[in-house]
Design a protein. Structure first.
Length: 470
């Protein structure tokens, strides 16, 4: 018997052996996870409904549409970053290069991707149906249509991974973010009593799913291996409870994939060369600008759904730190390499101040854009809040590895490690402190503009002085 036949027989025995175990694990996860998620979602939706009844302010259909576009864009970006079809390193190394039927080999992974698309779409459909207060039958039809749309988008991403129209994934994500921004700004009057025909969406999902399965044999192995490396990096960060390690590995992998090309910035020396490098990093990372735009739209959408309040202020703060986080990649690298100032011939204070130029510009642009979308009255607040937000982001960028020597918190549910909590809030705490006047105003309070101006200037100056110390 040939070696190929032996490998195929071994794979068939292995699949039969693992079927019962996988079925048991899947059913156990569904039995435990689904009621937990339904209970948590139901409680959140009931609180949201009580808030709307108290304020007599049901969410506008346009706001729910913008939220849905952002949700689909987020799911597509995560799936596209992971492949979306991925597998273990052993499969990539041995099985993917063997003379096997690639379609059958990758069919389980493709099934998980399509199932995740259905789950993401159904989750948004459930929230949207609740927000629109639809009756039972239209609510089920709306959720089914959203789930089918999620399957369709997941299938199209699989087709993108196989080599057909390789750049369409990024184009669809940018298009969804742009459409969400347009809907948020224009606020079109949409009917709340929608009756979505779910059958066309289901037919489109079936056709696209069949096309994706048919094209699995033409999968681009470079994208497949890249998604597998990223999945392994994320898994290592989860297992070791060290997101900082995963972030640094991901940044190194991204930098290794870049290719030198001509730019229009010319040459520079000294601290100007440092600023030029940051500008080049910003220009050559279009995905960061997509995150920038998406996070700038989220607070305006939240304001249309929830109104002003503490929740809006928290959403704005977290979106701000996440939206401009890409501008701190070089700051993280400088912090990891203590000898870099000597190699560049710059003092530590000069290098730190030069690294702060682009983050302050990006942070100011984000705060102006996000607060202008919320309400044009906050435009001046956005100009003054930019340096404070950039200061918090730079503190977050200088985070090192998670410190597991911190004492854990003992709870009835078990031990909670405090090292990862300390790592997560570092940077957000300083941003919340320096942005306190703007957060108070977003919560419905009133403070003078001078308070935010003082917080931004003093906070940035003290941070640069502290960071310049050896």
């Amino acid at each position: 018997m040939s070696a190929t036949g032996d490998v195929r027989r071994w794979l068939r025995r292995k699949r039969r052996h693992n079927t019962a175990e996988r079925l048991y694990t899947t059913l156990l996860a569904l039995v435990i996870g689904v009621p937990t998620l339904v209970s948590a979602a139901g409680g959140a939706l009931r609180r949201l409904d009580a808030r709307h009844l108290a304020h007599a302010m049901p969410p506008a259909p346009s706001a729910l549409l913008a939220l849905g576009l952002l949700w689909y864009a987020l799911c597509l970006a995560a799936a596209l970053r992971l492949g979306p079809v991925t597998s273990s390193a052993a499969t990539v190394t041995w099985l993917a290069t063997s003379p096997l039927d690639r379609r059958r080999l990758l069919l389980p992974a493709a099934g998980w991707v399509l199932g995740a698309g259905a789950l993401a779409g159904g989750l948004y459909g459930t929230v949207g149906a609740f927000g629109l207060a639809l009756p039972a039958a239209p609510a089920v039809a709306f959720a089914a249509a959203c789930a089918a749309l999620g399957v369709t988008l997941a299938a199209l991403l699989i087709c993108v991974q196989t080599g057909a129209y390789a750049r369409w994934g990024e184009f669809v994500i940018v298009l969804l973010v742009a459409a969400s921004a347009v809907v948020t700004v224009l606020r079109p009057a949409l009917p709340s009593d929608v009756d979505v025909p779910w059958l066309p969406f289901a037919v489109a999902a079936a056709i696209c799913g069949a096309l994706a399965v048919w094209r699995l044999g033409r999968l681009r192995w470079l994208a497949f291996a890249g998604g597998t490396r990223l999945a392994a990096t994320i898994a290592a960060g989860v297992v070791t409870l060290d997101p900082g390690l995963a972030a640094r590995v991901f940044e190194e992998q991204r930098g290794a994939a870049l290719h030198p090309r001509r730019t229009g910035f010319g040459t520079a020396l000294g601290w100007r060369a440092v600023v030029r490098q940051d500008l080049l990093s910003a220009v050559r990372a279009p995905e960061r600008w997509t995150v920038f735009a998406a996070t700038a739209v989220v607070p305006a959408t939240a304001a249309q759904i929830l109104g002003t309040g503490v929740v809006l202020a928290v959403v704005w703060l977290l979106c701000g730190v996440a939206g401009i986080a890409g501008a701190g990649a070089n700051i993280r690298r400088d912090h990891d390499q203590a000898a870099l100032p000597r190699l560049l011939g710059l003092r530590t204070g000069v290098l730190t101040a030069a690294r702060a130029v682009v983050p302050v510009l990006v942070g100011t642009l984000w705060t102006v854009l996000s607060l202008a979308l919320v309400d044009t009255r906050y435009l001046v607040w956005g100009v003054l809040a930019g340096p404070a937000l950039a200061t918090g982001m730079m503190r977050a960028a200088r985070r090192g590895r998670v410190r597991h020597e911190f004492p854990p918190i003992v709870t009835p549910a078990g031990l909670i490690p405090t090292g990862i909590l300390h790592w997560a809030i570092r940077g957000v705490d300083l941003a919340a402190l320096l942005l306190a006047p703007t957060l108070v105003v977003l919560s419905g309070g009133s403070l003078p503009l001078l308070a935010q101006a003082a917080g931004s200037v003093v906070g940035l100056a003290l941070f640069l002085r502290r960071a310049a110390r050896p």
